[in-house]
Design a protein around this ligand. Structure first.
Ligand SMILES: NC(=O)c1ccc[n+]([C@@H]2O[C@H](COP(=O)([O-])OP(=O)(O)OC[C@H]3O[C@@H](n4cnc5c(N)ncnc54)[C@H](OP(=O)(O)O)[C@@H]3O)[C@@H](O)[C@H]2O)c1
Length: 431
């Protein structure tokens, strides 16, 4: 039998304790040894507070001295503590010693992934981060290995469970945004401060990671257009439903021509027949379109201690097997020749909702503004409310910057109260 692979874990919270449970499960023991090609030896679990009770973790393994843990002749360090600065310090410290690292930390990978991957390579160590995107869904491994030879055209994901839960409740129950958010918070699907989720920051970090593997773009950087769901209203969700669409928060990374790539997060209306439209509640899914593979989709639990721990464990087994065979994976270098295409340069259909004074001639004035900016109207619906009316438009494909100019000019009109929604419409390209 091979020598044991020495494993240290930073973090004994949801993911860390679920991982320790998997490592200690006697029914999995043989399979883990087979997959790692050696027994795994858990050397220690670093936490902040030793006095907390932790189910399933032997208290003799707990420590608050992370550096000492990293320095205890580890083969693999698992970082499931979160945060950016301290996690980066610990991961750098491990990699510089040639210790392979497995992390679930999307914020850190989006921030410093390129540098950390380089550091891993220099020190002949692995850096794996499957759990950083889509929880249990093995999408990064699929992009890295199974689809390594395919030309990916587009990756489109529902990669944030909190926002998908909120939008699902708005669609199914007709709830408004505020009450759907309050319900998500009460059920533990949303944090007390939901900003990172509802404003799309979390999804943007995941898009960054996905686009690295799909297109070889840099792992870190800030060229992601981001728009959250706080402006999505119940009337928009209802309009979408009547028109055969569902509103989802999408993370999109797509090739634009031979030398361009667009990366963005925004709410979008997608046809209710699209596979992503059926992904409800806190579930995540990633939809990939390859030139030869055609459409592919992965669906699963994007969060939760145990689901996330399964992805961490898969990485740990890969890293352990590499240690035993004396090799390491070469990280993606990033194709810096790709140009980031601004979302404004891309054509899309749009849904616009315009609140106007209900006076004769207003519709003609509004339609004229669309025409002046080269935005052609596909359909229009009018609903009256006393002296006011709501005009809901679906447009044909138009450049986003032309649609933005339309919105600006409409907003300045005396007869227009507000443009209360401007949401992209994605028509199916998968059939
Ligand atoms: N939970 C999920 O569903 C999920 C899904 C995907 C990815 N992730 C990622 O996985 C990571 C962990 O998430 P989690 O939900 O397990 O978090 P968590 O429940 O808050 O646990 C964090 C753990 O890390 C420990 N810790 C934090 N900072 C530390 C430090 N500086 N030194 C030593 N220990 C430290 C904490 O110690 P104490 O217990 O003593 O406070 C705690 O045990 C995060 O990066 C998160 O983004 C989580």
């Amino acid at each position: 039998m091979e020598r044991p692979v020495r494993v240290g874990v930073i973090g004994g919270g949801f993911v860390g304790s679920a991982l320790v449970e998997l490592l200690n499960d006697p029914e999995r023991h043989e399979a883990l040894v087979d997959a790692a090609t050696a027994p795994l030896e858990l050397v220690g679990v670093a936490v902040r507070d030793l006095s907390k009770s932790r189910r399933g973790i032997d208290s003799a393994l707990l420590t608050t001295d992370v550096e000492k843990l990293i320095d205890s002749d580890l083969d693999v360090l698992v970082e499931v503590a979160g945060g950016v600065e301290s996690a980066r310090t610990y991961i750098e410290s491990a990699l510089k010693r040639g210790v392979s690292v497995v992390t679930a930390n999307k914020a850190l990978m989006a921030d410093s992934g390129t540098q950390l991957a380089q550091l891993a390579h220099e020190h002949e160590a692995d850096l794996f981060y499957e759990a950083a995107v889509g929880g249990a869904i093995p999408i990064l491994r699929a992009l890295r290995s199974s689809l390594a030879g395919e030309r990916i055209e587009r990756v489109m994901g529902i990669v944030n469970g909190t926002t998908n839960y909120i939008l699902t409740q708005m669609t199914r129950e007709g709830s408004d945004y505020a009450s759907a958010l309050a319900e998500a918070q009460a059920l533990g699907f949303a944090e007390a401060d939901p900003t990172a989720d509802v404003e799309g920051f979390d999804a943007a970090a995941k898009v960054q990671i996905l686009s690295t593997l799909a297109f070889g773009t840099r792992l870190s950087g800030d060229e992601i257009a981001r728009e959250g769901i706080t402006g999505v209203r119940d009337v928009d969700v209802e309009f979408a439903r009547r028109s055969g669409y569902v509103i989802k928060l999408l993370g999109v990374a797509e090739r634009v021509g031979p030398f361009g790539v667009s990366r963005r997060v925004h709410p979008a209306m997608i046809p209710s027949s699209h596979p992503l439209a059926t992904v409800n509640g806190a579930m995540n899914a990633v939809f990939v379109e390859g030139v030869k593979s055609g459409p592919l989709m992965w669906l699963g639990q994007g969060a939760g201690g145990a689901p996330t721990a399964t992805a961490v464990l898969g990485d740990l087994l890969d890293a352990a097997r590499n240690r035993i065979s004396g090799r390491h994976d070469v990280p993606f270098s990033g194709d810096l020749s790709l140009r980031y295409v601004d979302a404004g340069e891309l054509p899309s259909a749009f849904y616009l909702s315009v609140d106007v004074l209900d006076r004769p001639g207003v519709l003609a004035v509004v339609a004229g503004v669309f025409g002046r900016h080269d935005v052609s109207i596909r359909s229009m619906e009018q609903a009256g409310f006393g002296d006011e009316a709501r005009l809901s438009f679906l447009t044909h494909h138009a450049l986003q910057l032309n649609v933005s100019a339309t919105v600006t000019e409409l907003t300045a009109l005396d007869s227009v109260d507000s443009v209360s929604a401007c949401i992209r419409v994605i028509d199916a390209s998968f059939e």
